[in-house]
Write a protein that binds this ligand. Structure first.
Ligand code: NAD
Ligand code: WQD
Length: 336
């Protein structure tokens, strides 16, 4: 099946393209390279032996974006990764985030209607839950007021998708709420490429271990958790990629129970920051220079997924454990 992957040279997009090829699909990538590099295509080729058609196009440009569908009339589904994703930057530059993330989904949906593409997979986030009252968090948990413009764009995109699907017969969508994606492809030919100083834990850990950063700061050790540090559900990026294949195939086979479905994509296991550090040191044998600092504004204390709906309905589950995943992140770091 021909599938348009927006943001396909990005971190999660590139891993999904590899898995799509492995599952016998034909991905076409559109990416404006605002947060990735064209060399990622070489990594995908190195793993799969396939040269994936690539459009250096901005999804917010409706004319240019529409041209891709005119040249590829057999596109059956879209996996929409393209978005700006830095939480802190979104607080400083909200218009950039609203413009890019909202115009992007509007154009995707517009082109689906215009060119008769019926299936959409959307990258949502556990950020929509805020600090859930009950853990593990299920898909039915109330959506909390967003803590950042970035988080707000995910909530608004979910609403735009629901409204559009309910107004247009034939359209289907699966919204995947990712928990914390980490790690890299086992080949270390593709992985995460953060620009500048990483904001996320794992790239900060690997860059500190590699000597690029002097010291990791643990943001708070006075939370109401067993060791005082925050707890997250760290999901392997290749496992996460597989959930997209399951989602596309579910829509195309007509197995959906509703025209819009939502799935949590996580391991179902919470891990603290100190546990991540200890596991990383144990797996790699590298001693990590770290110190405890104050809490980071806007951080959630603890969140992890109830992924049983994805396990049972989507037929997807996380396969890789934290040790393997941290090893893959380190292997990738050492190739950079
Ligand atoms: P990423 O930045 O690595 O990938 C996004 C890609 O989209 C980049 O290659 C970027 O160049 C491209 N892009 C951005 N705006 C574009 C536009 N207007 N037109 C064309 N291309 C554009 O990010 P990622 O980590 O791979 O995230 C993918 C998606 O998953 C995003 O929607 C993100 O919000 C969502 N998500 C990510 C995480 C995470 O922690 N990484 C967690 C939850 C959800
Ligand atoms: C993980 C834990 C930090 C860096 C963010 C977005 C979320 C989603 C995933 C897109 C936290 C701690 C971190 C450091 C630390 N993205 N930490 N020192 O904040 O859970 O989620 O990415 O949708 O929306 O908010 O991920 O990797 O930044 O932090 O102690 O230098 O590591 O406090 O507990 P987070 P993260």
């Amino acid at each position: 099946m021909k599938i348009l992957v927006t943001g396909g040279t990005g971190y999660i997009g590139s891993h999904t393209v590899v898995e799509l090829i492995g599952a016998g699909h034909e991905p076409v990538i559109v990416d404006n390279l605002s947060n990735s590099k064209a060399s990622v295509l070489d990594g995908i080729y190195g793993i799969t032996g396939k040269k994936v058609p690539f459009y250096n196009v901005d999804c917010t440009d409706l004319n240019e974006f529409g041209r891709i569908f005119e040249e590829n009339t057999d596109i059956k589904a879209i996996i929409h990764f393209a978005a700006s994703k830095a939480v802190g930057e979104s607080v400083k530059e909200p218009l950039k985030y609203y413009r890019n993330n909202l115009t992007g989904i509007l154009n995707v949906l517009e082109c689906m209607k215009r060119y008769g593409v019926n299936s959409l997979v959307f990258s949502s986030s556990c950020t929509v839950y805020g600090q859930p009252e009950e853990l593990p968090v299920t898909e039915d948990a109330p959506i909390q007021p967003a803590l950042s413009p970035y988080g707000n764009t995910k909530q608004i995109c979910e609403e735009i998708i629901r409204d559009t699907v309910s107004a247009c017969s034939g359209l289907h969508a699966v919204m995947l709420r990712y928990f914390n994606p980490i790690g890299a492809h086992e080949s270390a030919l593709i992985g995460e490429l953060p620009l500048g100083v990483p904001q996320n834990l794992i790239p900060y850990v690997t860059q500190t271990a590699a000597g690029i950063r002097e010291c990791l700061t643990v943001f708070g050790d006075d939370y109401d958790t067993p060791d005082g540090s925050c707890i997250r559900d760290y999901i392997n990026v290749t496992d996460l990629a597989m959930a997209h294949i399951k989602a596309v195939e579910r829509m195309e086979s007509g197995a959906q129970k509703q025209n819009v479905e939502v799935f949590n994509i996580g391991t179902g296991k919470g891990t603290s920051v100190f546990e991540v550090i200890r596991t990383f040191e144990d797996v790699t044998g590298v001693k990590l220079n770290y110190k405890v600092g104050p809490r980071r504004e806007g951080d959630i204390e603890k969140v992890w997924a109830d992924a049983s709906y994805a396990n049972n309905e989507l037929g997807w589950s996380a396969k890789k454990n934290l040790r393997e995943t941290l090893a893959s992140a380190w292997k990738w770091q050492t190739t950079l």
